[in-house]
Unconditional design. Structure first.
Length: 189
């Protein structure tokens, strides 16, 4: 029988009050607290914290505090990913972020979701992974909902609520977020 952690990571219904999961979230909160309250600007100390917190990519990531996440270990970052201030990542499922991606202030990335049935919602939850491509720019205050994929080089306008997949090379914005126009990578703008 799979553990609650295994069920969580595979997108099945799971119990969030499982002791293993509670301990993992507590550990992530302790690391986030250190990251957010470390008075030193020592890049080596911050890098060590990010390596401990994240599943992958802590070596070259730059994350401005405050930053919050559920587990951290389910976040995989490509090279040179930047998170601006006040970002939240609910990583009950895998969050994959491509190389050279910029994430604006107060962006929220939610893999966690809940059943519509109230009785079941009291006992279990589930998640859907999120994939963000290479060279993506997500504007401040955007929200990425469970299960979305953002294509390479796409730009998401500030305050957008992304509920569906977005293809590569587009500018998308709004609530719900929709494609506004294609981006011609050759024109330099």
């Amino acid at each position: 029988m799979p553990s609650e952690r295994e069920k969580m990571l595979s997108g099945q219904m799971y119990r969030a009050d499982d002791p293993e999961l509670v301990a993992a979230r507590t550990h992530a909160r302790e690391l986030c607290h250190q990251l957010n309250h470390d008075p030193s600007a020592d890049p080596d100390a911050r890098r060590k914290l990010l390596i401990q917190l994240l599943g992958a990519g802590g070596e070259s990531a730059h994350i401005e505090p405050p930053f919050q996440c559920d587990y951290g270990s389910n976040i995989s970052l490509g090279e040179h990913v930047y998170f601006n201030f006040n970002c939240v990542v609910l990583d009950v499922c895998q969050v994959s972020v491509g190389h050279h991606t910029l994430i604006g202030p107060s962006v929220q990335i939610y893999t966690a979701t809940h059943p519509m049935n109230a009785k079941r919602r009291r006992e279990e939850e589930y998640g859907k992974p999120i994939t963000i491509g290479n060279d993506v720019w997500i504007g401040g205050g955007a929200i990425l909902c469970p299960g979305v994929t953002i294509g390479d080089r796409t730009v998401i306008g500030a305050g957008s609520v992304v509920t569906k997949d977005l293809p590569p090379d587009v500018f998308a914005a709004g609530n719900p977020c929709r494609v506004i126009r294609e981006i011609d990578q050759a024109d330099g703008s």
